[in-house]
Design a protein around this ligand. Sequence first.
Ligand code: FBP
Length: 550
Amino acid sequence: MNISALQKERAKYQPKLPNSLKGAVKLVEGAKTESVADQVEIAKLFPNTYGLPLITFEEGTTDTQKKPVNVGVILSGGQAPGGHNVISGIFDGIKKINPKSKLYGFLGGPGGLVDHDYVELTAEIVDEYRNTGGFDIIGSGRTKLEETKQFDKGLEIARDLGLNALVVIGGDDSNTNACVLAEYYAAKNAGVQIIGCPKTIDGDLKNEMIEASFGFDTATKVYSELIGNIQRDANSAKKYWHFIKLMGRSASHIGLECALKTQPNICLISEEVAEKKETLDHIVEYMAGIIAKRAEHGATFGVALIPEGLIEFVPEMKILIGELNDLLAEGTKTAEIFKNVKKNYRLEWVAEKISHESAGVFKSLPPGIATQLTLDRDPHGNVQVSLIETEKLLGEMVKAKLDEMKKSGDFVGKFGTQYHFFGYEGRCAAPSNFDADYCYSLGYTASVLISEGKTGYMSSVRNLTLPADEWIAGGVPITMMMNMEKRHGHMKPVIQKALVELDGAPFKYFVSKRGEWALNTRYLYPGPIQYFGPTEVCDQTTETLKLEKA
Ligand code: FBP
């Protein structure tokens, strides 16, 4: 493999572990848990894995060698920086348990388990990928593991390989599936444990016990570097408004974190839009208002951050998307008919099948955006928001509003736009020191949970604003994070997504500053991720975590 100079140096980096994982480990069981909501339904659906206690690891005294364990690992869903370090953490952890332990990687995501497509991850392979970005060591995929047929195929290969456990590295949907799989194998007494790891750049898999999903730190650092560069360009040329859509599917954590790091003129927060029941027109008025005010002082430039999932949070759009999801859900009769409707008649066909109000909203959208809303759902039944060009939709609507304002004398100046979408640029970056350490610790924690015979747990590492030595490692029962939600038109147990909390410290801080950032030019330029150098530059956690923990 050809490697860059940075990779060569980075390969030497030894990720930090919490003190509790450095030598002998003592397991401490905490209180029994309950799901965040819908306790009766969840307990009924998960009789073998519901109500398990929280687990914390502490420094132990005796380090006895245990029996070897064979472990399978799956990377599921979108890439996130640090996945390779989770794998190297599992590898080192199970080798510490017993050097005869083996690690198998299922290729191309959960589908690899079902299709029995795997590779043994040897020291030689794992060493090549330490501290690198990407999921290319074994690849990832979005196959949804939800049918017993798939679980049984998984069990076949687990038995062939003598697997004691399977680690699923994924986001909320993948960990939901991991939990269902854990329950199925536990009910069957199959002898295969399931452990989840919290992955997603979106940052929406978090709660009291999971302070952050891995990858969020690095991805937001990459986007913030780019936003800072664009801000500097805007402030130099003084001729464009840059509308930047940021990945993150539903929640606006990425947008908020990047705003805290770069201080742009506008950052929309989807959760606030939903709370205030704002319409698209309100949002456009707000943006146009700031643009016009800046223009009054000669500042005909600026930067606006737009979260990827925004339109799903605009109440009228949410209702529309919900109706479209039901209409076009995979496997429904209407979805089948839709596939055969002629392309140029599709929008009309859809408008006839939804409520009168939603049809009005649907028809008011530019045809390109309306079409994007009808495109294939992802395997979990969600609209693929990354395919919807919200930044252009808003750009066009803001331009129309400013044209009107110009006529009435409320806007003087020019409005030139540049559009950007940052998402894929950050998902495979070389993990920051924080993500390199955090991911390695998550993987190592998973190996200890396995050696302790646990199943249905998610690997948890907390206290993340303190130095890694002081991090608290352990396990959280996945059922603890679940509630019932409507998916594909049916109520299903799923891990509750963590949206931006409007009474949380990060959002409150943002609100206290955004007026000043809007009208004045207070840009911050974070620059690229630093891997070597002073700790205040290289080992920063996210602004979100800092404010949450302050
Ligand atoms: P995960 O939830 O699987 O981590 O996905 C994150 C994400 O990057 C979202 O932010 C984005 O909407 C989506 O993946 C894009 O999906 P794809 O990689 O399939 O285009």
